[in-house]
Design a protein around this ligand. Structure first.
Ligand code: UFG
Length: 336
């Protein structure tokens, strides 16, 4: 029996594949490299010394995707493949709705047809909208502020509807906080197309000399130093969270929802400082206006994942920055 990983060549996907292969799982990756690079697949093999099956398929193409289900004996699916740029989703909402929703519907439809029962879904802390209380627990009210977030919330609702009527359907909704860091080998890591939207890849590209300076969006938030606070989580911790979620699904648990974060909130300037310490490089920055749609603060209560999955983030800020820097300095232009 195999585990199908959609988006397995991407940032979180590739790290999760490494953890699963290390656990001797049988892996099939589906990816169309729309926001990833095939070099990452060679690097996964280099790290693990293991093989896996690969299909270059767009999950919105149900016919092509069905071949993967036909040719393999799939036990579980981890669905990473999705568009994820918040800002772009505001300007191109249809692109996001069509891609993120259709790909998931196709997979769910094929799961039904081929009797596959276990599904792990990449959700996001974005479904908490602008949270009013911290830390955030899974029972907080849900809302969204952009089309990207709306696709995550819609898919959560679709999964809840299915789980309501199909008692044999096991689904883990994982709400990620802010993934950063890279595999300790420095062989795989985050490789955004063009200028990064997210903080950590931006900082690391300033440190490596690809970008001149960081724009810090807002210095007047009600936080300890005025800059935005987030719950940064090492991508390897996140990957291990998926391994644990899969184990949970195998106990026939039905629908479960977990926050995956560390519970610590760090500001933008905390991150700049920690990165400078880890890299021994100066990160030039300037404080500019707030970015539209940003919330002042966001950090998780991950007690539930700790209790029910036996999962807890083990890497701290230092490792997050050191591992990001190892990846960035060994691969100044990412996989290119
Ligand atoms: N920031 C800067 N300058 C930059 C980039 C970011 O100051 O160049 C700041 C932001 O204002 C924010 C913090 O750094 O305070 C983190 O920003 P990111 O863009 O890295 O992450 P977000 O918290 O905005 O978004 C992330 C994911 C989304 C997800 C969201 C949910 O990228 O996919 O978390 O919490 F929806």
């Amino acid at each position: 029996m195999s585990i199908l990983i959609t988006g397995g060549s991407g940032y979180i996907g590739s790290h999760t594949v490494v953890e699963l292969l290390s656990n001797n799982e049988d892996i099939i990756i589906v990816d169309n490299f729309s926001n990833s690079n095939k070099v990452s697949l060679d690097r996964i093999k280099q790290i693990t010394n293991k093989e896996f099956k690969f299909y270059n398929v767009d999950c919105t193409d149900e016919k092509e995707l069905e071949k993967v289900f036909k040719e393999n004996n799939i036990e579980s699916i981890i669905h990473f493949a999705a568009y994820k740029a918040v800002g772009e989703s505001v300007y191109e909402p249809l692109k996001y709705y069509i891609n993120n929703i259709n790909s998931t519907l196709n997979i769910l439809n094929l799961m039904k047809k081929y009797d596959v029962k276990n599904f792990v879904f990449s959700s996001s802390a974005t479904v908490y909208g602008n949270p009013h209380k911290f830390p955030i627990t899974e029972d907080f009210p849900l809302s969204t502020t952009n089309p990207y977030g709306a696709t995550k919330l819609m898919i959560e609702d679709i999964l809840k509807d299915i789980a309501k009527v199909d008692k044999s359907f096991n689904v883990a909704i994982l709400r990620y906080f802010n993934p950063v860091g890279a595999h300790i080998s420095g062989l795989i890591g985050e490789d955004p197309n063009g200028i990064p939207n997210n903080l950590m890849p931006y900082i690391s590209q300033v440190a490596v000399g690809n970008l001149e300076k960081l724009n810090v969006f807002g210095g007047d938030y009600d936080t300890h130093d005025g800059t935005g606070v987030r719950d940064y989580i090492h991508v390897v911790d996140l990957a291990i969270g998926h391994v644990k979620a899969l184990e949970k699904l195998r106990t026939n648990c039905g629908l479960v929802i977990y926050n995956l974060g560390t519970g610590n909130g760090y500001s933008v300037l905390d991150m700049v400082k920690a990165f400078e310490d880890a890299s021994a490089k100066k990160v030039n920055y300037q404080i500019v206006a707030r970015r539209e749609g940003d919330v002042p603060m966001c950090y998780a209560d991950s007690t539930k994942a700790n209790k029910e999955l036996g999962w807890k983030a083990k890497f701290g800020l230092k490792e997050m920055c050191e591992d990001t820097w190892r990846w960035q300095s060994k691969n100044p232009n990412g996989y290119r």
